[in-house]
Design a protein around this ligand. Structure first.
Ligand SMILES: [Ca+2]
Length: 212
């Protein structure tokens, strides 16, 4: 029993330290405050905007909010082979997954395609894997989307949520023009650190009882 007690202490210490980091949540999921420019970290706790050309933009816009007074507007206006988007990092531990949801809509996107993804990032900030959802396009009326990441792989310390639009070449005018809107984005990490602590303590308690 002495050995088991020591293991309990060690396990307990590790799990409690991860639990105190808290569950990952999206900041500014309603896009009511402006995005950060692409000027470097921090990449968690706020959205960072990026754009591939002067005619592409990622901004908060009052044109088409779902709730509140503004939403995220990802827009490309008559540009081939361009892109624009916004991203935010969520803290994660391997084995957890991210459940992402929100509302989106589009105003007549001509050749503007949407990409949603979660990038797994290591402690150095480098992407080493990703989960993508391609192809689906929202309609003019807001509808709900979901993206489930699956379990974060070994080495992951963050899941980077990315919303982006892109265009390719060869679209005749007025092609490669359109805006896709996002609002009320939420994310949860599963299992939450608190519940994983309870589950682990339950397993250890069961093991301790069996060993008696
Ligand atoms: Ca909003």
């Amino acid at each position: 029993m002495k050995t088991i007690s020591k293991k309990l202490l060690v396990f307990g210490g590790v799990v409690v330290s991860s639990a105190t980091s808290g569950a990952a949540t999206i900041s500014n999921g309603g896009f009511e405050t402006p995005l950060a420019g692409d000027g470097g970290p921090p990449f968690s706790g706020r959205w960072t905007a990026f754009a591939g050309s002067a005619n592409a933009s990622a901004i908060t816009s009052t044109t088409n909010p779902h709730t509140g007074s503004s939403s995220l507007a990802l827009s490309i206006q008559g540009d081939d082979n361009s892109f624009a988007g916004a991203f935010q990092d969520l803290a994660i531990v391997p084995g957890q997954s991210i459940s992402l949801s929100g509302m989106y809509s589009a105003i007549d996107p001509q050749g503007v395609t949407l990409e949603m993804r979660i990038e797994w990032r290591d402690a150095a900030g480098n992407e080493f894997a990703r989960v993508e959802q391609n192809g689906g396009q929202p309609g003019a009326v807001y509808s709900m989307f979901n993206l489930e990441s699956g379990e974060a792989p070994t080495g992951a310390v963050a899941g980077r949520v990315v919303f982006a639009v892109q265009t390719f070449g060869g679209e005749p005018l007025p092609g490669n023009t359109g805006t896709i809107y996002f609002d009320d984005v939420a994310a949860s990490t599963i299992p939450e650190p608190g519940s994983s602590l309870l589950a682990l303590l339950g397993v250890l308690g069961f093991a301790a009882r069996r060993s008696r």
